[in-house]
Every structure is written in structure tokens, then in C-alpha cells.
Ligand binder design. Structure first.
Ligand SMILES: [Zn+2]
Length: 424
């Protein structure tokens, strides 16, 4: 039975390539959220013609939603001939801005050397196309399959997913018994199962000073110098300490297999963007945004507490040191059990299709997985899809046609196995 399914998918190679190209040609750039409704309808119409029930839930009132830029999602559902679990493929339809350095048209979907090029080719219109072909192949080959197939195309993953997966999760779209297993075809490489992601804690630190004439800085108190003391503590104490915090999570790449912190931005003193010459003042405020990525072994309280302790130590040691700490957002780390049914099914099919064992990885950054786990409480969720993660958001982004086909086979056979159709 698996042979028939795989033969059918191979016969659909040209169709899979054309579908990927068609999706790339809809320029769903976020921000601002261009052409979301066009892309959602394109997917929805295609699946409606193949017997799916299609809905277009709009993330009304979510960040960025307006009549000009509606946050239009699409959810398509088709029940088989017999009852059984529901397998849901979720892909984000938004892509990031184009940027410089392209040698192919970013929204052209050019095919060259066995690859499809374009913004979103790997992240993640190739994955969406592969999942659509996978479910269509099941419907054609086994129209009386047991279970339910769902596909969603959702918005705004690149900006937090609030109008997309988070919105759908709040509406119950990812809740049992409606959905049992979720596969997100993000570009994590065709032989890897992604079990989840590290946690995130974003915060803004502001130091305060006292304004004075720049020719007599001793009459004021520089907020920038106070921030320099924070930076010095980071360099001398905090970064070496973070490097000692290793994780058992299989994060790839290896450099992210520990706690990390990026200093996102620093702004101090005179506001930017003025015309003419700067005026001579001592900075009375300096703000720094930090982006701390944390591990399953750490708690939010611990991560926050480390920064509070560091700032409190400076307050004791350094005359005039005053600060505020504002938390911007936080996402706890998440890691699906290696023994979850969806993990075992996809890993087994990877081995079968590619003749090598699946690798298990954790993403250094977060993706829509978080909303499915936290809002919908569904633990049966992984990311698996074609495309190389390093190419995401880069110029000349591409997906290999060979990987599109292999991943479609893995997705189709895994879905059949999870729905308990017994044919695979
Ligand atoms: Zn993505």
C-alpha cells in the first residue's frame, strides 16, 4: 500500500513543483501582511475542489489586522470513509521581506538545477505544497481512508503568530477531539524531526542619569556610563556563566545548545534622527533590549532572577545607579516527548523513505509550536518539512525538488499510519 502511495506522489512531482511556484508568486510579505487573503483563498479553493470543507477564520483585532491587511487564515478539513484520529498539517503563509543580494526574481519561483527559488521557497511554501500534495495523494489513493485530514495556512508566524495559529488555537481549532496530531512543515531538513524550541525572555533595561551641559559632565550623571557598567558585568561575569549552562535538549546548531543572550539594541542620550549637529548634553536615559534564550532545565523565574540580581548588585556597588527592568515577552521552552505517536510515526517514515535514521532536533528560536502546546494544550506536535533552515530569510532562498518529494512521502505515510488506516 505504501508503494502505491509513494508512486502516486512521484507521479505528482511536476504538480508539486508548480504548486510551490504558484505559492511563491503570491507575495505574502510580513510586515505588513500583503496578499494574505489571496494566498489563503488559493489554498482553500484548491482543497474545496477536492472535497474539503474550507473556512477562512480571520484574526480580527490581532496585531496588524485591518481591512487593508486582513489576517486571513485558511483551514481545510476532510473526513475519510471511516472514523479515526485527525492529522493536521499547519504551515504559515507569510514570508519575510526580500532584502538585498538576489540573483533570481524573489517572487518568480524560478526552477534551476533541481531547485525552486524564491522568497519563502524553503520557509515555508515548499513545506505547505508538500503537505497539500501528501493529503491529496491519500485522498486519491485511499478515498475511504480512516480518520480526518486537515490543512491550515496561517498568517503572521514571522511576527509571533498572534493573528494566525494563536488565534486559531483560541478558537478551538487545535483542541482535541477536533485534532489529534499536528505536523508543521517548517524547513528543518528533510531527515529531521523537530521536537520543539528553547524558551525566550525579552526585556528592556533602562538606566537613569541626570542631564547637564556636555562641557561639564561632572555636574550631571551619565546614564550611558551606568549602562556601560551593566555591559561590563555582562562581559566579565554573565556571558561566561551562560556558557556553562548546557542542555540535554538536542538543539541544532550546536552553538545554541546552551543558554544564550543577544543584546538586541541600545539607545542612549540624544534621540536619533535629528538634522544638523548634536547638542552638548549628558545622557539622562539609556535603554537596552535583551533577548535571552533559555533551556528546558531553566525556569522563567531563574532567568529573570539572574538579571535582577546583576542589576541589584550594581545598585549596591555603584553610586547613583538607578534602573528599571521592563519585561517585553516570554515563551517557555517546549519539547515534545520522543515517544509521542507523531514523533515515532514521522521518524519511522523518514528512515523508510531516506534509508537513514531520523535525527531529532530542537529549534534555537520559537515558532508556532508554542501556541499549539500552550493555548490548545495539544502535546502531539512536531515540525517536519523540506528545506534547509540556514537558507530561511536569506537571498536566493530555495528548496530542492528531491526534498519536496521525499518530505511529501514522509508526510503522507505518517498521516496514514497516525490515522490508523492500517494500509500503510
Ligand atoms: Zn517558518
Amino acid at each position: 500500500m505504501r508503494d502505491a502511495l509513494f508512486a502516486r506522489i512521484e507521479a505528482k512531482t511536476a504538480e508539486l513543483v508548480e504548486l510551490t511556484r504558484d505559492l511563491i508568486r503570491i507575495p505574502t510579505v510580513n510586515p505588513p501582511g500583503d496578499a494574505y487573503a489571496d494566498c489563503a483563498q488559493f489554498i482553500g479553493e484548491r482543497l474545496r475542489r477536492r472535497g474539503f470543507d474550507v473556512a477562512y477564520p480571520r484574526g480580527e483585532g490581532t496585531p496588524g489586522d485591518s481591512d487593508r491587511y486582513p489576517r486571513t487564515n485558511v483551514v481545510a478539513r476532510r473526513a475519510g470513509g471511516r472514523p479515526g484520529p485527525c492529522v493536521h498539517f499547519n504551515g504559515h503563509i507569510d514570508v519575510v521581506e526580500v532584502g538585498d543580494g538576489w540573483t533570481t526574481p524573489p517572487f518568480g519561483g524560478e526552477v534551476k538545477d533541481g531547485k525552486v527559488f524564491g522568497r519563502g521557497a524553503c520557509d515555508m511554501k515548499g513545506g505547505i505544497a508538500a503537505s497539500i500534495i501528501a493529503v491529496e495523494a491519500i485522498c486519491e489513493e485511499f478515498p475511504e481512508f480512516a480518520g480526518v485530514l486537515e490543512i491550515s495556512g496561517t498568517v503572521d508566524e514571522e511576527s509571533g503568530g498572534y493573528g494566525g495559529v494563536a488565534h486559531l488555537a483560541r478558537q478551538g481549532f487545535f483542541t482535541r477531539p477536533r485534532v489529534d496530531h499536528v505536523i508543521i512543515p517548517e524547513p528543518l531538513n528533510v531527515d529531521r524531526v523537530c521536537l520543539g524550541h528553547r524558551g525566550v525572555w525579552w526585556a528592556e533595561i533602562e538606566t537613569y542619569g541626570r542631564i547637564a551641559h556636555g562641557s561639564m559632565p561632572f555636574l550631571g550623571d551619565s546614564a550611558i556610563r551606568h549602562m556601560a557598567a551593566v555591559l561590563e558585568k555582562f562581559e566579565r561575569e554573565f556571558y561566561p556563566y551562560l556558557a556553562t549552562k548546557r542542555t540535554t535538549m538536542p538543539v541544532a546548531p550546536d552553538g545554541a545548545r546552551q543558554s544564550t543572550m543577544n543584546i538586541n539594541s541600545i539607545h542612549g542620550g540624544l534621540a536619533e534622527g535629528f538634522e544638523g549637529w548634536p547638542s552638548a548634553v549628558v545622557a539622562d536615559s539609556c535603554r537596552m533590549v535583551i533577548d535571552r534564550r533559555y533551556l528546558i532545565e531553566e525556569s522563567y523565574e531563574e532567568v529573570r532572577g539572574e538579571i535582577v540580581n546583576l542589576l541589584e548588585a550594581l545598585r549596591r556597588e555603584r553610586p547613583g545607579f538607578r534602573y528599571d527592568l521592563r519585561e517585553l515577552w516570554t515563551v517557555p521552552p517546549t519539547m515534545t516527548d520522543r515517544n509521542a505517536a507523531v514523533v515515532r510515526a514521522v521518524a519511522a517514515e523518514i528512515e523508510r523513505v531516506l534509508s537513514r535514521p531520523a535525527e531529532f532536533v530542537i529549534s534555537p528560536g520559537t515558532y508556532d509550536h508554542k501556541h499549539i502546546v500552550r493555548i490548545a494544550g495539544l502535546k502531539e506536535c512536531i515540525a517536519y518539512g523540506p528545506g534547509i533552515l540556514d537558507l530561511a530569510h536569506q537571498p536566493d532562498e530555495y528548496v530542492a525538488i528531491e526534498d519536496l518529494v521525499a518530505s511529501a512521502k514522509v508526510m503522507a505515510a505518517s498521516a496514514l499510519a497516525l490515522m490508523g488506516s492500517g494500509q500503510a
